[in-house]
Ligand binder design. Structure first.
Ligand SMILES: [Ca+2]
Ligand SMILES: [Ca+2]
Ligand SMILES: [Ca+2]
Length: 447
C-alpha cells in the first residue's frame, strides 16, 4: 500500500462510517476508492438510524413478517428435517448477542467456549460463532452494524440457516487478506453459502484463488454488485466481477422493477437483482434500523440459497444457481442491466429447483462479421468499433446474448437485440455469440 493511499483514506476512517458509503449511494457522486487491500462495505447509511419512526416501523415489520411468511411457505412442503445450512457472513463483524440472531448462529461443535484453548486446533482460540480473521481470535464484535444487519436479512429469508460470523475488517472497511482467510475458514468449517457484501476496484489474486477453492468445494458465493452506480462491464468491481459458475453477483432494486440509483450493474457480470432499499434488520445493541445498498440485496439471495439447499441437501452449486436464476422474476427495466434481466423470487426459485428449465434456446446463426475477421488500428482511436449481428434465437425464458471474441465474453445484450457494437483491438480474431436463458442454458450460434 502506498503511504499516500493510506493518508487519503484517513478522513474517511475518521469521519462517521457514513462518509464512504454515502458517496457511493449518491447518483453522480465520485465513489470512494479503497486502497488495494481494502474493500468498502456495500451499504448506504441508515436513513433514520437506529430506529425508524413508529408508523414506518410498523410498515417495515409487516413487510419483514411477509418475508418470513414467504420463507415459511417456501419451506412448507418439506418432508425431512435436514441439518441447518451454514451461511458465512464475511463482514465487519456480527453482534452475536442480538436477540434476533439467537438460535440462528452457527456454533463451532469442536470448540469449548471461553476456556482460552484452541480446542479444535484450527489456530483460533475460542472461535465459537465464527472468527475474527484480523485479530485471529474469537471476538467478532461489530463496530459499524453492517454485518449484524446483513445477518438479520439472511435469518429473515431462512430462519433455519446458521450464520457463521466472520470478521474481516473494522467499521466500514474490509481487509482483503483477512477476508481471504475467512473464505478458507468458512469452507473448512462446513459453510455451504458465503455472503460478501463489499466491493473494491482492483483485483486481488489471493482472494480470487480462495473463492475458486470455495467453488471447488461446492460452496455458493453470493456477492454485492457494489454501490458505485456504474456499469461494471466498463470498470470491474471485485469480487462481483470474478466470473465463476458458483458466484452470484447481486444488484439492488427499490421497487422490484428498477435498478436502485446507487447499484452497480452489468449485463455481462451482474447476475440478478434483489430488494436493497430501506431494509429493516438488526443492528448492534438489540436495535433495529433500515439500511440501503447492494449489501442488503446479497443476503436476500444468500438466505434464499440456504432455503433451497435445505429442501434438497444433495443439490450441487450448478443446480442451486440454475434454480436461483431460473426462478427469478423478469422486469423490463432490468433486462439490459443484469444477466438474467430479473429479480430474486424465492417461491420461483423453489419451483425451479423442483422443475428446472433444461431446454436450451433454439438454434440460430451468426450474420456478420465472418467467424474469423480482422481489424485495423483506428487512426484516431486504437480500437475499432465492430458491429456483431445474428439471427434471433427463441426460448420462453430467453435472457440475452453474449458475444465471445477470442474466447472471452466481450459484450452482452438483452433478449430483444440481434446486434451489438463493441470495440475490438487491431488484429485477427474469431468470434461467436451465445444465446442464454434465465436458468443459464446456452446455445452457441452456428456460422
Ligand atoms: Ca479453534
Ligand atoms: Ca476453546
Ligand atoms: Ca429454456
Amino acid at each position: 500500500m502506498r503511504p499516500s493511499g493510506l493518508r487519503s483514506l484517513l478522513p474517511l476512517l475518521a469521519a462517521p462510517l457514513l462518509v464512504a458509503v454515502a458517496a457511493s449511494a449518491c447518483p453522480g457522486a465520485r465513489p470512494a476508492v479503497a486502497p488495494s487491500n481494502r474493500a468498502i462495505l456495500a451499504s448506504a447509511p441508515a436513513r433514520k438510524a437506529p430506529r425508524p419512526a413508529k408508523k414506518k416501523k410498523a410498515h417495515r415489520a409487516v413487510r419483514a413478517e411477509a418475508k418470513q411468511r414467504v420463507a415459511r411457505k417456501a419451506r412448507g412442503t418439506k418432508t425431512t428435517s435436514p441439518a441447518p445450512v451454514v451461511v458465512a457472513v464475511i463482514d465487519g463483524g456480527v453482534d452475536v448477542t442480538h436477540p434476533d440472531l439467537q438460535g440462528h448462529l452457527w456454533v463451532n461443535p469442536a470448540e469449548i467456549p471461553g476456556n482460552g484453548v484452541d480446542d479444535d486446533g484450527d489456530g483460533i482460540v475460542d472461535d465459537v460463532n465464527g472468527a475474527n480473521l484480523v485479530a485471529h481470535d474469537g471476538n467478532v464484535a461489530d463496530e459499524s452494524g453492517h454485518g449484524t444487519h446483513v445477518s438479520g436479512i439472511v435469518a429473515s429469508y431462512d430462519p433455519s440457516a446458521r450464520i457463521m460470523a466472520l470478521k474481516a475488517g473494522h467499521g466500514e472497511w474490509i481487509d482483503i487478506p483477512a477476508a481471504t482467510q475467512a473464505v478458507d475458514y468458512a469452507v473448512a468449517h462446513g459453510a455451504r453459502v458465503l455472503n460478501l457484501s463489499w466491493a473494491f476496484l482492483s483485483s486481488d489474486p489471493g482472494l480470487a484463488q480462495a473463492l475458486a477453492r470455495a467453488e471447488s468445494h461446492g460452496v455458493l458465493v453470493v456477492v454485492a454488485a457494489g454501490n458505485f452506480g456504474f456499469d461494471s462491464s466498463l470498470r470491474p468491481v471485485y469480487p462481483a466481477s470474478y466470473s465463476a459458475e458458483g458466484l452470484v453477483a447481486v444488484a439492488a432494486t427499490c421497487d422490484g422493477q428498477n435498478l436502485a440509483s446507487f447499484s452497480n450493474f452489468s449485463k455481462l457480470g451482474v447476475t440478478l437483482a434483489a430488494p436493497g432499499c430501506d431494509i429493516l434488520s438488526s443492528l448492534p445493541g438489540a436495535a433495529h434500523g433500515v439500511l440501503s445498498g447492494t449489501s442488503m440485496a446479497a443476503p436476500a439471495v444468500a438466505g434464499a440459497a440456504a432455503l433451497l439447499i435445505e429442501r434438497r441437501p444433495g443439490t450441487d452449486v450448478r443446480e442451486l444457481v440454475h434454480a436461483l436464476l431460473g426462478g427469478s422474476r423478469p422486469a423490463p427495466a432490468l433486462a439490459p442491466v443484469v444477466s438474467t434481466g430479473a429479480t430474486l423470487d424465492v417461491q420461483g426459485a423453489v419451483q425451479a429447483l423442483e422443475t428446472p428449465d433444461t431446454t436450451a434456446p433454439a438454434a440460430f446463426s451468426r450474420l456478420s462479421p465472418a467467424t474469423s475477421f480482422s481489424t485495423e488500428r483506428d487512426p484516431s482511436y486504437y480500437y475499432q468499433q465492430v458491429r456483431f449481428s445474428w439471427s434471433p434465437s427463441a426460448d420462453p425464458a430467453l435472457a440475452g446474448y453474449r458475444v465471445i471474441v477470442d474466447g472471452s465474453a466481450l459484450a452482452a445484450v438483452d433478449a430483444g437485440a440481434t446486434s451489438v457494437t463493441a470495440k475490438v483491438a487491431p488484429g485477427a480474431h474469431a468470434w461467436s455469440v451465445v444465446a442464454y436463458d434465465r436458468s443459464g442454458n446456452e446455445t452457441t450460434a452456428t456460422p
